[in-house]
Ligand binder design. Structure first.
Ligand SMILES: *Cc1c(COP(=O)(O)O)cnc(C)c1O
Length: 397
């Protein structure tokens, strides 16, 4: 497949991304089109970003109207949209305080800085280690890749930031025995997304919460991928009967416009006083007006309930496929984050789906990951399931 854009991109940009050879030019709801007019059903959704779908009129309207009023002024001043979004996030979560930034990695950076600073003020120096999980993903900046428990992401960038200690996910014993006086916090994804859609065992997160409380450690949940309704609740932690101290958000918070946020309990407020942390673009009026409209729609328009219902349907349909095709090893997920582990490499199936007009994604070599817009319906699920049924059948011949 050749195209002017692809040739040019390969000529002018770093090859940091292993891109699928297609140039997308337009999107509407759960569908996108390439430069040749070919239509695709999108089960990637910008990687769990475009929850209200592409070209959301709700987002367009909010951005257009705000762009005519005030785009940017600096955080030296107060603005209405930023304040409104913070209030909505606080009123719908455990949290009392919000810090806005531009991406997931930055939200995690803020959480790491806050945890260290809070701990230093409360306990003195020497208590700065943050426990994180093997197979985790927290971002690509120096601090967040240092916190990421995947060798392939860390390799070549030494010296990494000091102060992270890894333990296996779903292993309370190992966690308990790895903690000492130098540990100030634990950061983990409630469901590992990039790690292959790995769910916590029943009561694992409750155990994690107990260990954190017992040792005076902060519990930081990275909800960048699974927050904002993806799992069928506004936040993933709400499924597990726990209250974290800090959560980080990004991806679906803006439906595609760049925004991240760190939310925390009141007790942490003083550790992030004037001058402690800042960003030029974090929480500009334009972006927060857009995100406010997005979050209001998520809260009021039944999309989170849809994520729950359609997610269950999606996994049921995969279980039916599993009866027919031995290639499916495991089916995992919660709401509309769905992982299907194959007993072989997933990449050929991503290509085969693309040829037939479906965008899907593969993580950890063998796990097909589906994170479509939350507005998706049963008809679209059926189309994909039928397509995969055909593809699996052909591979078996
Ligand atoms: C995507 C993601 C990040 C990084 O977000 P960026 O906006 O790419 O910096 C961090 N943590 C998790 C769990 C993610 O899925």
């Amino acid at each position: 497949m050749t195209s002017h854009t692809i040739d040019k991109a390969d000529r002018y940009m770093f090859h940091t991304y292993k891109r699928i050879p297609v140039t997308l030019v337009k999107g509407d709801g759960c569908r996108v089109w390439d430069e040749n007019g070919k239509e695709y059903l999108d089960f990637v959704g910008g990687i769990a970003v475009c929850s209200l779908g592409h070209s959301s009129p709700i987002l367009s309207k909010a951005l257009y109207e705000q762009s005519q009023k005030l785009v940017h002024v600096s955080n030296l001043f107060y603005t209405e949209p930023q304040t409104e979004l913070a209030q909505i996030l606080v009123e719908n979560s455990f949290a009392d305080r919000v810090f806005f930034c531009n991406s997931g990695a930055e939200a995690n950076e803020a959480a790491i800085k806050l945890a260290r600073r809070y701990s230093r003020e409360k306990f003195g120096s020497g208590r700065y280690i943050i426990m994180t999980m093997e197979n985790s993903f927290h971002g690509r900046t120096m601090a967040t890749l240092s916190a990421t428990g995947q060798e392939r992401i860390r390799t070549g960038f030494d010296p990494l930031l000091e102060g992270f200690r890894f333990v296996p996910f779903n292993d309370l014993k190992k966690l308990g025995s790895s903690i000492d006086e130098s540990v100030c916090a634990l950061m983990l994804e409630p469901i590992q997304g990039e790690g292959g859609v790995v769910l916590p065992d029943p009561d694992y997160l409750k155990g994690v919460r107990e260990i954190c409380t017992e040792h005076g450690m902060l519990l930081i949940l990275d909800e960048i991928q699974v927050g904002m309704g993806r799992t069928g609740r506004l936040f993933a932690y709400q499924h597990f009967g726990i209250t974290p101290d800090i959560i980080t958000l990004a991806k679906a918070l803006g439906n595609g416009i760049p925004i991240g946020a760190m939310l925390a309990r009141e007790e942490l407020n003083d550790a992030f006083g004037p001058g402690s942390h800042a960003t030029t673009f974090g929480g500009t009026p334009l972006i927060t007006a857009g995100a406010t409209a997005v979050v209001k729609s998520l809260l009021n328009d039944d999309w989170i309930e849809n994520a729950r219902v359609i997610g269950d349907y999606f996994r049921d349909e995969f279980r039916n496929l599993q009866q027919k095709h031995g290639i499916i090893k495991d089916i995992r997920g919660l709401g509309l984050i769905v992982g299907v582990e194959l007993d072989t490499e997933g990449a050929p199936f991503v290509s085969a789906c693309m040829e037939r007009g479906f965008l899907i994604n593969c993580v950890q070599e063998r796990v097909l990951r589906f994170v479509p817009p939350l507005i998706i319906g049963k008809e679209e699920i059926d189309l994909l399931i039928n397509c995969l049924d055909q593809i699996f059948k052909e591979k078996e011949i």
